[in-house]
Design a protein around this ligand. Structure first.
Ligand SMILES: [Zn+2]
Length: 160
């Protein structure tokens, strides 16, 4: 996935991931939905948009608990995370109609994880030709507006 998609703004993210204080997921949980791009909050897991997406609508599902080892997830957390991924795919399909998805866990920096101490599941919508389409969004001024609008639409369409 990382080799096939051209997402130059991710380089900035990977460079800055070690420099920001605290955990981006815990900060998002503590923060405002719109500012943190939180789409949905559950009891033990939550959904947010990736600020540095591989494609439009790139979601991340994470446990509420700050846990860095996949093997340390509780059964209810595993179930909640995958239920939210399923719901996310439903909402993305309804709103944006992607042609496929990549779902993935990047565990450890060597496996491509930008954040290694709070596990998260990536839900990446895919379209034919998206590797050509995405550089249009690489403009740093365009991406935040696009993300805010995408977050709003997904949050409003999320099943109650
Ligand atoms: Zn955390």
């Amino acid at each position: 996935m990382t080799e096939r998609l051209w997402a130059p703004w991710r380089l900035e993210y990977i460079k800055s991931a070690d420099e920001e204080p605290g955990c981006v997921f815990c900060r998002a949980l503590a923060g405002d939905d719109e500012e943190s791009l939180v789409v949905h909050r559950g009891d033990v897991a939550f959904v947010l948009l990736n600020k540095f997406p591989y494609t439009s609508g790139h979601l991340m599902v994470a446990p509420v608990r700050h846990v860095g080892e996949y093997g340390e997830l509780e059964d209810d957390e595993v179930l909640a995370i995958h239920r939210l991924a399923r719901a996310g795919i439903g909402v993305l399909s309804q709103l944006y109609g992607p042609q496929g998805y990549n779902l993935g866990w990047n565990l450890g920096r060597i496996a491509g994880a930008g954040v290694v101490d709070h596990v998260h599941l990536h839900v990446v919508p895919r379209w034919a030709g998206d590797t050509n389409f995405m550089p249009v969004l690489a403009d740093v001024k365009v991406v935040p507006e696009h993300l805010a609008e995408t977050r709003r639409r997904l949050a409003e369409a999320w099943p109650r």
